[in-house]
Design a protein around this ligand. Structure first.
Ligand code: S3P
Length: 172
């Protein structure tokens, strides 16, 4: 059993890289946000708006815990906040679990997220100035949790194929 967990801030490329890594390794791809949406039959923005963030975080924790304690192999893309709540970062230390932090700089994240805010309830209502400041503070707050990952890969100015090769090199 092998679980490869990709974590990092919104917009760092977790889903794209996880899909590609899954294709290259043959290990099945899973996306935590997608699983939450399937189980609830609600979109992430609707969950935040109608049930609130605390409800979302509880569900996220339960599902993540189940995934980390089952015997399924997976390449799993987390939500940006997953390692930062409910001691979820401790679950990354289980046997057979490899975690990789996809680290992106504030300018990289800003340039990606400014065009991709909708669908992300924490960012959707921020204007350009607010968004830059929010990312900077939020990334700082979350940095401790992201650095609990076993490996860190910087993703700035790299294409997905190179990032995947780098991850494979670390996991070898
Ligand atoms: C969140 C990130 C989102 C999603 C939710 C909350 C966060 O996932 O889980 O909107 O707290 O950073 P992505 O990182 O895939 O956007």
């Amino acid at each position: 059993m092998k679980k490869i967990i990709l974590l990092g801030y919104m917009g760092c490329g977790k889903s794209t890289i996880a899909k590609l890594l899954s294709e290259k390794t043959g290990i099945p791809y899973l996306d935590l946000d997608e699983i939450i949406e399937e189980k609830t039959q609600m979109s992430i923005p609707d969950l935040f708006n109608e049930r609130g963030e605390i409800y979302f975080r509880k569900l996220e924790h339960q599902i993540f815990q189940d995934l980390m304690t089952n015997s399924q192999s997976m390449v799993l893309s987390l939500g940006g906040g997953t390692p930062c709540y409910s001691n979820n970062h401790e679950l990354l230390k289980g046997t057979g679990i490899c975690s990789v932090y996809l680290a992106a700089s504030i300018p990289t994240l800003y340039n990606r997220l400014i065009h991709n805010k909708t669908g992300r309830p924490l960012l959707a209502n921020k204007n350009e100035d607010e968004l830059k400041e929010f990312i900077a503070k939020h990334l700082f707050d979350r940095s401790f949790f992201y650095h609990q990952a076993q490996f860190k890969v910087n993703v700035d100015d790299k294409n997905p194929e190179n990032i995947v090769s780098e991850i494979e090199g670390k996991l070898a």
